[in-house]
Ligand binder design. Structure first.
Ligand code: NAP
Length: 249
């Protein structure tokens, strides 16, 4: 196997996997790839590249040109395009791919979830007059701004691509760690519904706990389907699979 590992990043686990790989395999070349959506990337101290590859074929070309021998897809569970391209490009080049797939959240007692399959369905599911907390991405929020009959409190890390309605509010921030902080935010804006992707993990779970405690309904956007590949539920399993694959090469 070629001694170049490409890590598709965008999650907290990706950063942790990158650090572990660099420590464990100092002799190997490691490149960490970011979409470039979130611009305030804290320095990793590792070789990085930023921006798309130009679709599945562009990615396949990159893998061949850069002599990549293993791809680890540790993008967000909703980064379906990148994950799909990764499967195609690795197939084209006949190189192994490991995808981190953190388990989805499951409803707990007291949760009131309505499952939907897309952002558009989430927007349609909100009743007229809803005061919605929208934990969605900067490119996704426009699905909701089309609804003139709702109020939105949108939270995202980078500013949305188009202006939000004047009567809406925007919070540019990462999610807070505690449900108490989320409860304060939801109460301050008299929120009636929470809209969330089923991202899994702990980092953005506080809003789900807050909704449970406030007895608010959650419009839960289920994950997109992804093509089959080797998957791992957590970083430890990803690293174990890397070890196995490298020992076989
Ligand atoms: P996407 O729709 O799968 O990706 C769109 C394009 O961005 C890809 O086709 C690729 O461009 C490029 N791209 C994505 N991840 C990349 C990476 N790690 N390195 C290089 N290029 C990359 O995903 P998205 O637009 O990033 O996000 C979609 C959803 O996932 C949103 O809900 C977003 O909030 C959420 N999300 C994604 C990430 C992430 O890891 N990407 C992190 C946090 C949240 P080319 O086709 O040109 O190669």
């Amino acid at each position: 196997m070629a001694d170049h590992i490409l890590l598709l990043a965008g999650t907290l686990e990706a950063r942790q996997i990158a650090g572990e790989l660099a420590r464990t395999y100092p002799e190997m070349r490691l490149t960490v790839s970011f979409a470039g959506v979130v611009l305030d990337l804290p320095g990793l101290g590792l070789p990085t590249r930023i921006g798309g590859f130009g679709g599945a074929n562009g990615f396949a070309d990159y893998l061949r040109t850069e002599n990549v021998g293993l791809v680890i897809d540790a993008t967000h569970p909703f980064a379906a395009q990148m994950s799909t391209n990764a499967v195609k490009a690795c197939d084209i080049n006949g190189i192994p791919l490991i995808r981190l797939e953190r388990p989805a959240w499951a409803a707990a007692p007291g949760d009131n979830w309505q499952h939907v399959g897309s952002m558009a369905d989430a927007a349609a599911a909100l009743p007229a007059g809803a005061r919605a907390f929208l934990a969605v991405g900067r490119k996704e929020v426009f699905r909701f701004t089309e609804r003139a009959d709702i109020y939105g409190l949108a939270r995202m890390i980078e500013a949305p691509v188009a202006a939000l309605p004047e009567h809406w509010d925007l919070v540019l921030a990462r999610p807070p760690a505690t449900a108490d902080a989320e409860i304060d935010l939801l109460r301050a804006h008299a929120i009636s519904h929470v809209v969330s992707k089923n991202s899994g993990g702990t980092r953005s779970y506080a809003k789900i706990e807050a909704a449970r405690r406030l007895e608010l309904p959650v419009i839960m956007i289920d994950r997109p389907n992804l093509p089959e590949t080797i998957t791992a539920p957590d970083k430890t399993t990803v690293l174990a699979l890397v070890k196995t694959l490298l020992s076989q090469s």
